[in-house]
Ligand binder design. Structure first.
Ligand SMILES: [Zn+2]
Length: 339
């Protein structure tokens, strides 16, 4: 594929790309594409398509037992790219992608999915100032921006973003349309890890015998494959060793998330979910109102492990909640050797 390099004319972008991408400048697009192979992977990721297939050839060339070839890991050209979701509308909200130009992990962070959970968006804004030493960091700190300004979970008529994935660009509900844009951004950058920063009211460890949907503070929930669990366990252990008894985090695995498949070679068996994690409290229930939570992202973004962090608001001030969110994400990035 050739990109026109005329100085004053935009590059010819491949057909079928999302509208927002056509607004990306030529220079930015070229920087993003990096080269032919990266561009091909990038276009495939954007279009949700893969290379053309000839069924006969495929049958002859590939033994039935062989797993499909994974798409190569993208490496994005070094630089800081700013972008907007739902550009030109009242729901417009910014995002930033910080690329080192080096191979490494890719971490994506969501804040402000719910407007009355300020610990999450304050932390996301802080995390956006990190400068990783390899891979890429992508942050969208206030996804439901107008609701963060109104300090409500979501404004009437907007819909609940965390019940809307993968979204619908034609929906009358703006958060359904936002969900579709968020998924496109994720398909563009292919994060290995997605941290979605939320807040609950009460603490999971203080739920008592009856529990209840409000008691989910101080938890990390993940539906990722077994191979992804050790990093989350190490992250929680490391953070827990530095914080008070009441602030301790609980890791809840096997929640929502990715379709089942054969475990990766060398991976440990998936741990059995604890009884308490099978009854899913409200904010991480995967199937509601025509969409899923962010724990479903592994279905639309190849290789993505979503992690939903809930911070307890009761008796824990906003500044500390933001600090703990930041500490968790930074510690995971340290474990990934990005910081
Ligand atoms: Zn929330």
């Amino acid at each position: 594929m050739l990109l026109r390099m005329d100085r004053d004319r935009p590059a010819e972008l491949p057909a079928g790309l999302p509208g927002w991408l056509n607004r990306v400048s030529r220079r930015r697009f070229l920087a993003l594409s990096g080269g032919g192979a990266a561009l091909a992977a990038f276009v495939a990721a954007c279009s949700g398509d893969s290379r053309p297939t000839d069924p006969t050839t495929d049958l002859e060339a590939t033994p039935a037992s062989q797993p499909p070839t994974p798409t190569p890991e993208p490496v994005f050209a070094a630089g800081v790219e700013s972008f907007s979701l739902m550009a030109g509308t009242q729901w417009e909200t910014p995002g930033v992608a910080i690329h080192t130009g080096l191979p490494g992990s890719r971490v994506m962070v969501f804040g402000g999915v719910h407007g009355n959970e300020p610990g999450g968006w304050l932390a996301a804004e802080e995390i956006a100032r990190c400068r990783p030493r390899n891979g890429s960091l992508i942050v969208m700190p206030r996804l439901n921006r107008l609701s963060t300004q109104a300090m409500v979970r979501t404004i009437d008529g907007f819909g609940d973003l965390n019940r809307s994935y993968p979204g619908n660009p034609d929906s009358p509900l703006p958060m359904q349309r936002m969900a579709a844009e968020v998924v496109k951004v994720a398909q563009r950058y292919r994060p290995r890890w997605l941290f979605d920063l939320h807040e609950s009211w009460m603490f999971y460890n203080e739920r008592g015998a009856n529990g209840g949907t409000a008691f989910i503070g101080q938890t990390l929930s993940s539906g990722g494959a077994a191979a992804t669990i050790p990093l989350l366990q190490q992250t929680v252990q490391s953070v827990n060793s530095r914080i008070s008894q009441r602030e301790q985090f609980t890791l809840r695995t096997n929640i929502g998330g990715q379709p089942s498949g054969a475990p990766a070679a060398g991976s440990t068996p998936r741990p059995t979910a604890t009884p308490s994690s099978t009854a899913l409290p409200g904010s991480v229930t995967p199937q509601l109102a025509g969409g899923t939570t962010s724990l479903g992202f592994g279905r639309w973004v190849e290789g993505c492990t979503p992690v939903l962090i809930e911070m307890g608001q009761y008796g824990q001030d906003e500044g500390r909640r933001a600090e703990l969110h930041t500490m968790l994400v930074r510690t995971a990035m340290e474990r990934l050797e990005m910081l």
